[in-house]
Design a protein around this ligand. Structure first.
Ligand code: SF4
Ligand code: SF4
Length: 220
């Protein structure tokens, strides 16, 4: 969170301006060609739950597994169709564009710290650079600042949700004398790959919601 706050606004604005990205509506970011899942902040998940359909699944990849084989993850993601497309992506358009998740609104901009191929943690500012969209367009100052504001807000909320989840896990494990077990994690994932169900607790709005998952119900 401190790193994100310290990231210089002017530096990010300069990157946005230099890249000059423009979306050409190719739709790749709504498919598994680009993104294997769409992570949902709590407010995104609440909006989509309110639609009433069966659109959510626990976000991959699960963060913890207790010694009884129950998984824990920091939030929901959208389900995918069997072809890998986002569940809302139909005939080249988003069926719920008005209430699309925040990550869809800011993509491809981001301020993530991620390890590169050699394991060095570095900032990522633009996803899939040069693999989609149009470049070197003029982006005015007002638009650059608006992008900056949205991206920093999204990344702060993501880190805030993660921090709350980690605190909740700490308390939950302490209260019930549980521990994370990588051995049990790997064993249960092998069972899951073979078609067995697994139990997952998804952190949502300060509570853990129990979900039962099998390979068949990740996709519609
Ligand atoms: S929610 Fe809509 S915009 Fe976001 S990935 Fe799915 S189809 Fe695309
Ligand atoms: S953001 Fe990129 S991948 Fe997504 S529709 Fe626009 S150009 Fe295509």
């Amino acid at each position: 969170m401190k790193c994100l706050a310290a990231f210089q606004d002017e530096q990010f604005i300069e990157i946005i301006r230099e890249v000059g990205f423009e979306c050409d509506c190719c739709g790749k970011c709504c498919t598994s060609k680009f993104n294997d899942h769409v992570f949902l902040l709590d407010d995104d998940a609440a909006r989509i739950k309110a639609l009433g359909g069966d659109f959510l699944r626990p976000a991959p990849y699960f963060d913890f597994c207790d010694n009884f084989g129950r998984f824990y993850v920091m939030g929901y993601a959208l389900k995918n169709k069997p072809c890998g497309d986002c569940i809302f992506y139909t005939d080249g358009r988003c069926e719920h564009y008005d209430i699309r998740p925040d990550i869809c609104k800011i993509y491809p901009y981001m301020l993530h710290r991620e390890p590169d191929e050699e394991g060095n943690v570095e900032w990522r500012q633009v996803g899939g650079l040069n693999q989609h969209g149009l470049y070197h367009n003029d982006i005015n100052d007002e638009t650059c600042r608006e992008i900056l504001r949205h991206v920093k807000k999204y990344e702060s909320e993501f880190l805030g949700q993660k921090q709350k989840f980690l605190n909740a896990i700490k308390e939950h494990f302490k209260k019930y004398a549980l521990r994370h077990s990588q051995q049990v994690y790997d064993r249960r994932m092998r069972e899951y790959e073979k078609g067995n169900e697994i139990e997952i607790y998804v952190y949502f709005r300060g509570k853990f919601e129990k979900e039962i998952l099998s390979k068949q119900i990740i996709n519609l």
